[in-house]
Write a protein that binds this ligand. Structure first.
Ligand SMILES: [Zn+2]
Length: 305
């Protein structure tokens, strides 16, 4: 298991894919973890994830334990998919969703591994399940890619069909990036060895040449509306920076709780402005005026409020 990926874990930006090889420099990045919420069938099926692989080589446990797969085995990505979806749900429950707050996405998500040759993961049309692709570093070798995709599932669980236009779609990408960073920091520990705001440090070694390798960042300087480019991932960096500033101001637990709680009120085609208003309202409801003011300032700094 990678926690969350070799670049972030080892603080080494020189690592490369080497065609899915298992090479010596990666050895310290493998960790053993206890998988939770399994259904006891011996497959990667549990309360929050059900792994499906197209290759026919399914991970199977022996005597209650799965073998210590390495990245060159198809089963490695399957175990990663199961573990990180389940960990993301555990993070939401640790915030209180499902106990003091209403449940968020407490359903079994189908995680499809390596169904496609391209380096592109996506959330399928049915808006509940996740597909993780190959190409470059396999997407399921980077926990931040897995959790990003789970972020789409979370929003769909809160607002069925969420993300029907540019701004709501950008919010979807931004929340996925935010969730990827906060879940992996929670599970693997912060401070991180590489910039925490960098998303998918390992997946992105395949397609970025500058260091640090980042698919996107949470701490960019894009401003609304002049930095809009009409593409949900790029425009999402406006929204994700606001989320990042909320976390910096209020801390991980309060920030993530109010950010997720606010999403229940979003319309499927919400605008940045309306969603920011919902987020300020959630902050006020949960934590009072000082928190609401901090959230307002974060959106004002981006030009959204
Ligand atoms: Zn996405």
């Amino acid at each position: 298991m990678f926690l969350p990926n070799p670049v972030q874990d080892l603080g080494d930006e020189t690592l490369t894919d080497r065609k899915d090889a298992d090479y010596a420099a990666l050895a310290p990045a493998y960790h053993r973890v206890t998988l939770t919420d399994l259904d006891g069938s011996g497959t990667l099926t549990g309360a929050y994830a059900r792994v499906k692989s197209s290759t026919g080589k399914a991970a199977v446990s022996v005597g209650g334990a799965f073998p210590a797969y390495h990245r060159d085995a198809d089963q490695f990505e399957q175990v990663m998919g199961y573990h990180w979806v389940t960990t993301a749900q555990a993070y939401l429950q640790h915030l209180g969703f499902g106990s003091t707050l209403r449940p968020v996405n407490q359903r079994q998500i189908e995680v499809r591994i390596d169904q496609f040759g391209g380096d592109n993961s996506f959330f399928r049309e049915d808006k509940a399940n996740i597909t993780l692709g190959k190409g470059g570093v396999d997407d399921a070798e980077d926990a931040e890619v897995i959790v990003h995709e789970y972020g789409h599932s979370v929003q769909d669980g809160q607002v069925p069909g969420f993300g029907t236009n540019l701004e709501s779609g950008a919010i979807g990408e931004a929340f996925g990036d935010y969730l990827a960073v906060v879940v992996t920091s929670w599970a693997a520990g912060a401070p991180t060895a590489v910039p925490e705001a960098c998303v998918a440090d390992w997946d992105s070694v395949s397609y970025t040449s500058t260091v640090p390798h980042c698919l996107r960042r949470l701490d960019g300087t894009k401003h609304y509306p002049e930095d809009l480019r009409g593409e949900v991932h790029r425009d999402g960096e406006i929204w994700s920076r606001a989320l990042w500033d909320i976390r910096t101001a209020l801390g991980d637990t309060k920030a993530s709780t109010l950010i997720v709680e606010a999403q229940f009120a979003f319309a499927p085609d919400t605008s940045f402005r309306d969603a920011a208003g919902d987020t300020v309202a959630a902050a006020r409801r949960l934590y009072g005026n000082a928190a609401a003011n901090a959230v307002t300032r974060a959106f004002q700094a981006r030009g959204i409020l």
